[in-house]
Ligand binder design. Structure first.
Ligand code: UD1
Ligand code: PEP
Length: 424
């Protein structure tokens, strides 16, 4: 298992190029299952999670061709099996996204149930209920979801019980080839949903309202090939801006999308950062100042994203004052708290709320990553801490941060990966 060695205390300064968004790339790589031709997707980040979803497709007989500069060509006409096996799905929950497209285009699918993960139980009941409402016959047996459709899915009006990003994506894809019109109420409004709707529209789908809480899909008979790009990763962007904030530095995120990160940018300003934005860049400048404590509550887009909670908590650990952080999306997303405490952070947790009392300094400590964004919160704490920190279980990080060491080193951080395959 790889580890990361970080020597803290450097003020980060410079430009960092943002990669394509993991959470947009995953549904975009699955959407070609619906098409009758080759779909080319650009700006795909090279990550463990994108590799996993391509393996899932490969296992189904789909032809995947890697192109230049992060482009991937996907031809689902060669599909031979509609099965997503446990050994792949268990490493990445988003594999459940193949269910909707397979049922819509091929009339059957067997997808392993993703199961729980560190941040919460994360059921997929809303996906399954909605697919049943579209006319699929769903059976859960031996840890697998088996779905079948007699003829075509039938458009209907759906109301999700809660805002679900993956649920909205699955049903949006399934509805494109259904007979008639589907209305999805209480739909997720995340930028990744809009990115998905755009590629589906480029494939010939008829979709209105993506980015609002009501999405209308008029089913079509077939979808064709197209070329489309993944949007910039707003969570990676926010993470590097937090690296600037926690070290009192200046970080400019290039190839970014400022309009997709408003809640986070406002909180960074509240923390004392000067924020400047252009069409595709964001600059944060702390001018050497210590951040001020900022309270926030996670909620679906456009509110503060749960995927930035751990990183912002890390910033609050060294801030001036006391902050309150409420996590409303996942029931167990404070796994980083005991690890941050090992640096000397003062955090108390009561249910879904954490109270952080900023300390003057953090001290390096051996720590362990528990999930993807928790890993980044530990990286941030290590950048600010006095001394050298070793972060274990780096594989969590590799799911979602492309070329992390190279990007942080480019900003002036002192760090090195300790590979399990090389002598330490
Ligand atoms: C690959 C990807 O895009 N992952 C993101 C996606 O995850 P994901 O799509 O899994 O998250 P959801 O939006 O579906 O989950 C939101 C909440 O709804 C609950 N729920 C969801 C579906 C369901 O059928 N039943 C149910 O109870 C979940 O347990 C959770 O408490 O959105 C999350 C919320 O912004 C982000 O943190 C993840 O990074
Ligand atoms: C929770 C995340 O991803 P996933 O839904 O793939 O676990 C994340 O990106 O922070």
């Amino acid at each position: 298992m790889d580890k990361l060695l970080i020597t803290g205390g450097r003020v980060l300064n410079g430009d960092v190029r943002i990669s394509g968004a993991k959470n947009a790339a995953l549904p975009l790589l699955v959407a070609p299952l619906l098409a009758d031709d080759v779909v080319t997707i650009g700006n795909v980040p090279h990550l463990q999670d994108t590799t996993t979803i391509l393996q899932v497709l490969g296992r189904m007989g789909v032809t995947v061709t890697m192109g230049d500069a992060g482009s991937v060509q996907i031809d689902a006409r060669t599909l031979t099996s509609a099965v997503a096996p446990y050994e792949l799905v268990r490493t990445m929950r988003a594999s459940i996204l193949v269910l909707g497209p397979l049922l819509a285009r091929h009339g059957e699918a067997s997808v392993s149930l993703p199961g729980g993960c560190a941040i919460g139980s994360r059921p997929v009941d809303q996906h399954l209920k909605a697919l049943e409402a579209l006319g699929a016959e769903i059976r859960v047996e031996n840890g697998y979801v088996h779905g079948k459709v007699a003829g075509r899915l039938k458009g209907t009006r759906l109301v999700f019980d809660m805002v679900t990003v993956g649920g909205t994506e699955n049903i949006l894809m399934a509805a494109t080839l259904a007979e008639g019109t589907t209305v999805i109420e209480n739909a997720a409004r995340e930028p990744e949903i809009v990115n998905l709707a755009e590629i589906l529209i480029a494939m010939g789908a008829q979709i209105e309202g993506a980015g609002t809480d009501r999405i209308t899909v008029h089913g079509v008979d077939r979808l064709h090939g197209c070329t489309h790009d993944v949007i910039p990763d707003r969570i990676e962007t926010g993470s590097y801006l937090c690296a600037g904030a926690i070290t009192g530095g200046r970080v400019r995120a290039l190839a970014a999308a400022p309009d997709q990160l408003e809640a986070v940018l406002l909180k960074l300003e509240e923390a004392g950062a000067h924020i400047n934005t252009g069409k595709d860049w964001i600059e944060l400048d702390m001018q050497g100042r210590r951040p001020k404590a900022v309270s926030f509550r996670t909620a679906p887009h456009p509110a503060f994203p749960t995927d930035m909670q751990a990183q912002f908590m890390a910033v609050n650990t060294v801030a001036e004052g006391v902050s309150t952080i409420s996590e409303t999306i996942f029931e167990n997303r404070f796994m980083h708290v005991p690890e941050l405490s090992r640096f000397g952070a003062k955090i108390s947790v009561d249910g879904h709320t954490a109270v952080v009392t900023g300390v003057d300094r953090l001290l390096a400590a051996p720590v362990m990553a528990t999930d993807l964004r928790a890993s980044m919160s530990l990286v941030l704490a290590a950048l600010a801490a006095e001394g050298s920190t070793v972060i274990d279980r780096l594989y969590h990080m590799d799911r979602g941060y492309e070329r992390l060491e190279e990007k942080l080193a480019g900003l002036g951080a002192e760090l090195r990966r300790i590979s399990s395959r090389s002598p330490t």
